[in-house]
Design a binder for this molecule. Structure first.
Ligand SMILES: [Zn+2]
Length: 399
């Protein structure tokens, strides 16, 4: 541990190390491990501490585009630390950037701390995240795996299979979507709820097979909720005419008026640093922002839409694993608003997952830490390869 390029804990202060351990309840943050890292020592006066404070972003991840490009102070900040047991610490340290990306570790930390928070509060409601989507066979996507973090960017040109991939994620909750327009495919999805679960979905002609944890099911359970917004939600009509109204927000979210009212009335309590209060006046919604929350001139009504969206997803994430899928949200957004939307989702307090699909690299270039990036790289005439490698991001950027 402690090598220059690894994730060793050498430069965390004693205080930071202790805080990380306590916030993790002295348990390993790897969702597949969870081992206790503290216990009785050899004598009555001793404790045995087998935990390690590892770096989320290692020095080696400093990339040309500033990915994980941390200063020494940022590197040793508590936000860049994760509590692991000794075995997981070694595993992650020796494979840094190789299956254990910074964004994956950041997700582990967020998931673990959320789990501890719930356990401390005596709550046992289900929650969790989707971990992987493995394509075994598909008519556009070549076999490959997408590893999800809490925040995910998905890049690909038009017809690269982006929307097909999002469709598979949606279809696990609603398999009839696959049968509406059947095309042969086979894929495996794993998720935490909070145990690790696995579903296999296969479509062959008019035949659908669905297995959960290797058992065949007739009526698929809904493993997680997908809330999705497509490009139609962001067109100029909405922004010009319907800002700050219950009906406008309902249309933006694709929900009934009463759902929109529930979402809006929860905004002040779930965004305490940003919104003081909301008031309804017929269909109109008056939102009082904190004076220093953002540049009202530039961001204005866009903030209402995306705050409502985050609150909507979070309300759902309290009762079931929830993924928010945004298909090209940046098309019509001002630069400052794009930055603001990324900041909103980068807040550690949310427990839903975000998958943002884009055809340009704008979101990639403006994001901060914690985003996991997947690229659909064209291969031949009509197929795409799933890639999470940096070289392929550069390649798409040049194209
Ligand atoms: Zn462990």
């Amino acid at each position: 541990m402690g090598s220059a390029n690894g994730r060793g804990e050498a430069d965390f202060s004693a205080r930071t190390r202790r805080l990380l351990a306590q916030r993790a309840a002295f348990r390993c943050s790897n969702p597949r491990c969870g081992a206790l890292t503290i216990g009785p020592g050899a004598t009555a006066e001793d404790v045995t501490d087998t935990g390690t404070a590892a770096h989320i972003f290692a020095a080696a991840e400093r990339g040309p585009r500033g990915v994980g490009g941390l200063s020494d102070a940022e590197r040793s900040d508590i936000s860049n630390g994760i509590w692991l047991c000794a075995a997981c610490g070694r595993l992650v340290d020796s494979n840094a950037g190789n299956g254990f990306s910074g964004s994956l570790l950041r997700s582990w930390k967020d998931l673990h701390e959320h789990r501890i928070r719930m356990e401390q509060g005596g709550q046992s409601q289900p929650f969790g995240w989707v971990q992987t989507l493995e394509v075994l066979s598909h008519y556009i996507l070549m076999p490959g795996v997408v590893r999800f973090s809490k925040l995910n960017l998905l890049f690909g040109m038009n017809n690269s299979g982006k929307s097909k991939l999002l469709h598979i994620l949606r279809a696990l909750s609603y398999p009839h979507l696959l049968m509406d327009n059947p095309a042969n495919l086979s894929c495996v999805i794993t998720w935490f709820d909070p145990e690790l679960r696995k579903a296999l979905v296969e479509v062959r002609g008019r035949w659908l097979e669905y297995r959960v944890d290797d058992r065949r099911v007739a009526l698929p359970p809904r493993p997680y909720r997908v809330l999705s917004l497509g490009p139609e939600a962001y067109n100029g009509r909405f922004f010009r005419w319907k800002a700050s109204s219950v009906s406008g927000i309902a249309e933006f979210l694709g929900v009934d008026l009463w759902v929109a009212r529930t979402v809006i009335s929860n905004m002040p309590s779930m965004l305490p640093g940003v919104i003081d209060c909301v008031a309804f006046c017929g269909d109109d919604v008056r939102v009082s922002y904190r004076a220093d929350a953002f540049d009202q001139e530039k961001i204005g009504s866009v903030a209402v839409w995306f705050y409502a969206l985050a609150v909507f997803a979070e309300l759902q994430a309290r009762v079931e694993p929830t993924i928010l899928v945004l298909d090209e949200p940046f098309v019509t957004l001002h630069y400052a608003a794009q930055r603001h939307v990324l900041d909103l989702f980068e807040s550690a307090t949310w427990t839903f997952q975000v998958i943002m699909a884009e055809h340009s690299l704008v979101a990639y270039e403006r994001r901060r830490h914690g985003w996991s990036t997947t690229v659909l790289v064209p291969e031949g005439e009509s197929r795409s390869r799933i890639s999470q490698k940096n070289e392929d991001i550069e390649r798409i950027g040049d194209g």
